[in-house]
Design a protein around this ligand. Structure first.
Ligand SMILES: Cc1cc2nc3c(=O)[nH]c(=O)nc-3n(C[C@H](O)[C@H](O)[C@H](O)COP(=O)(O)OP(=O)(O)OC[C@H]3O[C@@H](n4cnc5c(N)ncnc54)[C@H](O)[C@@H]3O)c2cc1C
Length: 369
């Protein structure tokens, strides 16, 4: 007999949300994470959109530390593009507090978090831990991020190609040179091949300044970032240095196999072009959690197909489009200039629509979660 209805491997945004929603829908849930503290260390620029947060009552709270009015996209040789969204709001999170808030709400629904535990194997719907123990669930949710081993063990994912991995480096900095309400993004194959540099302010004195590139570029993200900072923000003080990788790959074809389902980065749900994955992780995590509770209650993993249908319907095409955009825009300077020209024309229209850069139509999402 299974120890628990839902076993969640990874307690990040996708896993926390999956656990919360599964428990809210009646399932017993255990989350296992190798980290000792939820959310730490932060490997993120902490920018997202408030629309989906609002669906979960998370749009306001001490984890939302700043709101953005506009984004300025810069490229040497092109005119700046200014995007001022009217229908969606960009925000800066305190990601540790944010993930811990989700975990708190999950715990209130009865979820048990087992921290400091590394999952080393999967057998059917049982997971093996580094300490030799085994936990059996009715359903296993792989929300274990870009390196998802649950995905590999289940035969759902394969190692990513260098061009589909985006290494990133970031400083949390104090100083000046930015407006608190303005996100800056700098593109160009010379400064950030296959990606972009960013300034995501947390206040008028503090900002996340970083770069994302492609593993195929042969450039080190830290070198690109150091050059950018030296040339543009020579007087800032570094508070913290961080980094990590984002999957900028095509979405996987199937996220469900038997009693196992993947969500968030493990299912390549991050945007290939923008490299943002918080909002899609929250979305797919919430949906898979809700559906997993139903599958466990019916003792029928085939119910997980409902999740497969929903993420395919809502995310798949947008993720494909984002991948195509990445390939065109970051493939050459010519492609980038053409993409920026189109973005300039489209920015005025996009500003008035409730869509984010992934193309998600926020008005539509609520009915699925
Ligand atoms: C430098 C950087 C900046 C970024 N900035 C942004 C941004 O501004 N906005 C945005 O939207 N996105 C951003 N992203 C992407 C975003 O962080 C991810 O898309 C998001 O975290 C995906 O959430 P997730 O829950 O799927 O995976 P994760 O947040 O990676 O969570 C996976 C969890 O699984 C655990 N885990 C993994 N393997 C095991 C194992 N074997 N056993 C036990 N536990 C395990 C990990 O410890 C982790 O807690 C950034 C990424 C990086 C690297």
């Amino acid at each position: 007999m299974a120890d628990v209805d839902g076993l969640v491997v990874g307690g990040g945004p996708a896993g926390g949300m999956a656990a919360w929603m599964a428990a809210k829908n009646g399932a017993s849930v255990i989350v296992v994470d190798r980290k000792t503290t939820i959310g730490e260390p932060v490997r993120c620029a902490e920018g997202t959109f408030s629309s989906l947060l609002a669906s979960f009552g998370l749009a306001d709270g001490p984890w939302v530390v700043n709101e953005y009015r506009q984004a300025i996209v810069k490229h040497k040789g092109s005119k700046d593009i200014i995007v001022r969204p009217k229908r969606i709001k960009g925000v800066s999170l305190d990601r540790v507090r944010f993930e811990q808030e989700i975990a708190k709400r999950a715990r209130e629904e009865g979820v048990e978090f087992r921290m400091g535990k590394v999952v080393t194997g999967l057998q059917g719907s049982s997971i093996h831990l580094h300490d030799g123990s085994v936990i059996e669930g009715k359903i296993v949710l792989g929300t274990d991020g870009i390196e998802s081993m649950v995905g590999r063990w289940a035969g759902l994912t394969r190692p990513l190609a260098p061009n589909d991995i985006a290494p990133a480096a970031q400083y949390v900095a104090e100083g000046e040179g930015w407006e608190a309400d303005t996100v800056q993004m700098v593109l160009g194959s010379d400064v950030a091949p296959g990606g972009y540099l960013w300034v995501f302010p947390k206040s008028d004195r503090r900002a996340n300044i970083g770069v994302i590139t492609t593993a195929a570029s042969g450039k080190r993200a830290t070198d690109l970032l150091d050059r950018f900072v030296k040339e543009n923000f020579p007087d800032i003080t570094m508070i913290k240095r961080t980094g990590g990788c984002v999957p900028v790959a095509r979405p996987i074809e199937r996220a469900v196999k038997g009693p196992v389902a993947l969500a968030g980065d493990s299912a390549h749900h991050a945007s290939s072009f923008g490299a943002g994955g918080i909002h899609s992780a929250l979305f797919s995590g919430a949906v898979v959690g809700r559906v997993a509770a139903k599958a466990a209650a019916k003792a029928d993993p085939r119910v997980l197909e409902e999740y497969e249908d929903i993420w395919k319907k809502v995310l798949y095409k947008n993720l494909q489009r984002s991948y195509g955009l990445k390939t065109r825009a970051y493939g050459s300077e010519k492609g980038l200039r053409r993409t920026l020209r189109m973005a300039r024309v489209g920015s005025a229209i996009i500003s008035h629509l409730p869509v984010d850069p992934l193309g998600l139509w926020w008005g539509r999402l609520d009915k699925y979660v």
